[in-house]
Design a protein around this ligand. Structure first.
Ligand code: HPA
Length: 272
């Protein structure tokens, strides 16, 4: 089996435009989430369709721009235009943006997503740090590069030291405490059935969504440090008895920008 392509054309194209200094952190934003804050200074943006060989998103809410920001001394690259398995893309395509980030020399990655809340108390508008995940999408981000098994240090996907620093910093300025939980990734595009949510809860899942896990695995495989945050946009299927819809996910995303932004900020300030 061949290793996933490294996308040298995309890397060269971005370095031509932005120079060879590596971003300090890459940020992948979930449905409806944007970095709207005066302290993030936008330096440049490019449409995903301009970057050679990157797949283009087809879903509303996943804005298709890569945006360079400066935040204090830090160089941030926001990777818009996340693509998903449910759009018909393969694992290699879903993880291409992350591998391009790694190729640019980025050492830290922040992943955000919209998720359904499974654990009691995980209600719409809350932001939850991902402490671990359950991969139920039936594909691997790394199958092509690994012989038989992963080394044990790969087992901790989400960086607990970085998360501890982020939590401390976040709680210095905000009264709510930053909760953490296990994220289960399914392929979608249909939301789960109530019985699937009962099963996921028994498996130990606190959150459910359709993204993030392949990107986190690819980033760890490339040696990056990873943090993930879920914005709970709805109670998972069957919990409230209400029908789920994508517009609700986008609306909660927009209305909870501030909390997500504060956490993203705290995480960026806590990079060592
Ligand atoms: N299930 C799966 N993905 C999601 C959900 C959900 O309830 N909410 C937002 N993304």
């Amino acid at each position: 089996m061949n290793a996933p392509p490294l996308q040298p054309e995309a890397i060269a194209w971005l370095q031509e435009r932005w120079g060879s200094a590596a971003p300090d952190v890459g940020v992948v934003l979930g449905s409806g989430i944007q970095l709207l804050d005066d302290d993030f200074h936008e330096e440049d943006r490019v449409c995903v369709s301009e970057i050679p060989s990157l797949p283009e998103p087809t879903v509303e809410g996943h804005g298709g721009y890569w945006i360079r920001y400066r935040f204090g001394e830090k160089k941030i690259l926001v990777v818009g235009g996340r693509v998903h398995l449910y759009e018909g893309y393969a694992a290699d395509e879903v993880t291409m943006g992350v591998r391009v980030l790694a190729g640019l020399g980025t050492s830290s990655l922040l992943l955000t997503n919209a998720a359904g809340g499974i654990r009691e108390g995980f209600t719409p508008g809350m932001v939850v740090a991902i402490s671990d995940h359950i991969q139920l999408q039936g594909v691997s981000a790394m199958m092509a590069t690994l012989e038989h098994h992963v080394e044990s240090d790969r087992l901790s996907i989400y960086d607990s030291a970085w998360l501890d620093r982020t939590r401390t910093r976040y709680q210095m300025s905000c009264t709510d405490s930053l909760q953490q939980g296990t994220y289960a990734a399914l392929t979608g595009p249909t939301y789960e059935t109530p019985t699937e949510i009962v099963m996921l809860r028994k498996f130990g899942a606190d959150l459910v969504g359709m993204s993030t896990v392949l990107e986190a695995l690819a980033a760890r495989d490339a040696g990056m440090k990873v943090l993930g945050f879920s914005l709970v946009t709805n109670l998972a299927a069957g919990i409230s008895g209400k029908k789920l819809n994508h517009q609700e996910v986008l609306d909660v995303g927009k209305n909870s920008q501030k909390r997500m932004l504060q956490i993203v900020r705290a995480a960026i300030e806590s990079i060592d």
